[in-house]
Design a protein around this ligand. Structure first.
Ligand code: AMP
Length: 478
């Protein structure tokens, strides 16, 4: 069924065509008609399924042509990246309408966001924490919200946002349409759905344990310490082009990005210790092709939408099977195809088996021909935490010692300078003593007032010099 059959406004159908969407994805087919009618929705939807447009299109359809000047829709998302992504998609889909929107998340200034509240934009996309910060101020109101979306609800729960969500809900009218989307449907989500939704249409509630179709998945067994070498080898051979590479920890993400950079492969990083500006730059740079590799910890695994991504590399096996499905959801979007490579060290076999159980099949194992699996790396990839702490302590101790030595040198210089000045002052006093004595004893002594009056002061000297100057010129002229 084409988009034009879903009962959407032509301005929206036009936008989907311009985005290259040829036909609705299954979730869009199922969700759009009831949501357009104003029904509540409970949908099990993973990234990559087209879920964002599935809730954005009905919102835009319902708000199109409505009077301006009130925020009528609120979309809550767990992470800044996802919120930004949803907003970007919203702007593209609303291109031929007059619907206004803004995105609200932490890590950036409050003022432009405050302006968006004051302008009463039609749709707000927000992370819960920063939204609550704004809601403490009188300029922020959600009293006109008619449509509420909770996207990636399971993720929000995992991140401990449930109390924040409940606080936000106190600001939103009870009479509203609510759409709840979640990649998984654990008991707390179903409970939340019972609380929030009124006779919802449920979509695809079978837990979606298989990644989007069109993805080739493979497992690369490799000793843990050779993982960086295997990745470099696949990059060198061109078997991995542009890719998101997921690591288990921030330290491993940093080490890997540094290593790739050293090897001449442009890489950016996204993880929890990076500022919002750094994350935005990394993602934008990766999308534009400035970086071939984006190394990320799982904070980045949802909500990054990179068109035509060829590869996802699980540098480390995700500990939770759902995370595997989400990561692999990065690639093979809607119509695209992609490849998901998972590096597995012997210690990670157990986690891999859990993933295989969850997706209901055994993933093919790949041995890379002519890769030396027995080599001994010369450099350790990961520095154990105890060693890192010891190194930080040693560096700090060294910095302190340096600062102390510097302070001591400065104190010594100052003491020497003081001594020099004192000595100088004493010398001056010693040479000046007779004059001072003379002046005080005789009043108009040789160095005193009379000396200047007698032409032995400044003026007298100047006159003599002028006369002397004239004389020295005379022979040259003659
Ligand atoms: P998500 O909404 O996170 O599941 O992302 C789905 C990805 O597929 C995004 O890149 C969308 O732009 C794209 N997409 C969404 N709907 C369609 C569609 N009907 N046809 C083709 N691509 C789509």
């Amino acid at each position: 069924m084409p988009f034009s059959n879903l009962g959407l406004h032509p301005a929206l159908v036009r936008a989907t065509a311009e985005l290259g969407y040829q036909r609705p994805t299954p979730i869009q087919n199922d969700a759009i008609p009831p949501a357009v009618e104003g029904r509540d929705l409970l949908a099990c939807a993973a990234t990559g399924s087209g879920k964002t447009a599935a809730f954005l299109l009905p919102i835009l359809h319902r708000l199109n042509g409505r009077e301006r000047g009130a925020t009528r829709a609120l979309i809550l998302a767990p992470t800044r990246e996802l919120a930004a992504q949803i907003h970007e998609n919203l702007e593209a889909l609303a291109k031929h309408t007059r619907i206004t929107s803004a995105v609200i998340f932490g890590g950036v200034g409050m003022r432009p966001q405050e302006e968006a509240f004051r302008r009463r934009v039609d749709v707000l996309v927000a992370t819960p924490g920063r939204l609550l910060d704004h809601l403490q101020h009188p300029y922020a109101t959600l009293a006109d919200v008619e449509i509420l979306v909770l996207d990636e609800a399971d993720r929000m729960l995992d991140m401990g946002f449930l109390p924040d969500i409940r606080r936000v809900l106190r600001h939103v009218p009870e009479r509203r349409q609510t759409l709840l989307l979640s990649a998984t449907m654990p008991a707390p989500i179903l409970e939340l759905a019972r609380d929030l939704l009124d006779d919802p249409v449920t979509i695809n509630l079978e837990p979606r344990a298989t990644p989007a179709s069109g993805i080739r998945q493979a497992v690369y067994p490799v000793p843990g310490e050779l993982k960086p070498h295997l990745l470099l080898e696949l990059l060198r051979r061109g078997e991995v082009g542009s890719a998101i590479v997921f690591t288990r920890t921030k330290h491993r993400a940093n080490r890997l990005a540094e290593l790739l950079d050293r090897e001449g492969i442009s890489a950016a990083r996204i993880h929890g210790n990076r500022s919002q500006a750094q994350r935005t730059e990394a993602l934008a740079g990766f999308k534009k092709g400035r970086y071939r590799i984006l190394v990320a910890t799982d904070i980045a695994q949802r909500g990054i939408d990179v068109e035509a991504l060829e590869h996802v590399v699980n540098f480390d096996v995700p500990a939770v099977p759902e995370d595997y499905v989400h990561r692999v959801g990065r690639t093979g979007r809607a119509e695209a195809t992609g490849e998901a490579l998972t590096f597995v060290s012997p210690e990670e076999e157990g986690d891999l088996r859990a993933i295989e159980r969850a997706i209901g099949r055994r993933l093919p194992r790949v041995t890379v021909p002519e890769f030396d699996y027995d080599r001994r790396p010369t450099e350790r990839f990961e520095i154990p935490i105890a060693e890192r702490i010891a190194a930080i302590r040693a560096r700090k101790a060294e910095e302190r010692a340096r600062a102390q030595a510097k302070a001591e040198r400065k104190a010594q210089r100052e003491a020497e300078e003081l001594a020099r000045r004192q000595a100088k002052a004493e010398r001056r006093q010693a040479t000046a003593s007779p004059a001072v004595r003379g002046e005080s004893a005789h009043g108009n002594g040789p160095g005193g007032v009379d000396a200047r009056r007698n032409g032995r002061g400044g003026n007298g000297r100047r006159r003599r010099r002028r006369r002397g100057g004239g004389g020295s010129h005379a022979p040259a002229r003659g």
